[in-house]
Design a protein around this ligand. Sequence first.
Ligand SMILES: [Fe+2]
Length: 200
Amino acid sequence: MFTLPELPYGYEALEPVIDAETMHLHHDKHHTGYVNSVNDALSGIGEFENMSIEDLMGNLDKVPENMRTKVRNNGGGHYNHSLFWNLMSPSKTTLSGTLLEAITSTFQSSGALQKQMNDAGVARFGSGWVWLCVRDGKLVVESTPNQDNPLMDGGKPIIGIDVWEHAYYLKYKNVRADYLVTWWEIINWDYAQELYSKST
Ligand SMILES: [Fe+2]
């Protein structure tokens, strides 16, 4: 069954952009909760026991109907947060290579992409995520409610930003826009490039 991944850095490593208390609550409480709940929902359903979380996201229609919403919400929570930890880095990374080329040709510039994602994140009502993903061979910005993600309908995530209040409220209070603008200071472009290379 699924297990909680360790953070690839210390809890305080992303300060001052993300404070250590937020990281502790987010990783140790919220992510743990998603892992425990998806495991609980899938226990006893043999065919899913060895499925990767990515495959599970694309096969929710095969989950028995009485468990599907629980698996969608908590399996989504596990996949999304596992991705999110790796998409942040305490050391500065630089957008380059094929991802830089694709972003420049699609959005004109990295700054324009960031603005489009920040706007989509602010516009997401309630809890959810904002994504850069590959869909039908093209880079697109999307947002999803709750713990949904692009894998659930055939997209491939490249960048995902958590816009649930639990991701930013202790430091940024109700000002999601400030969190989003600041978040780009800790993006791990190397990991985004890795995801992009696998997606094409
Ligand atoms: Fe979260």
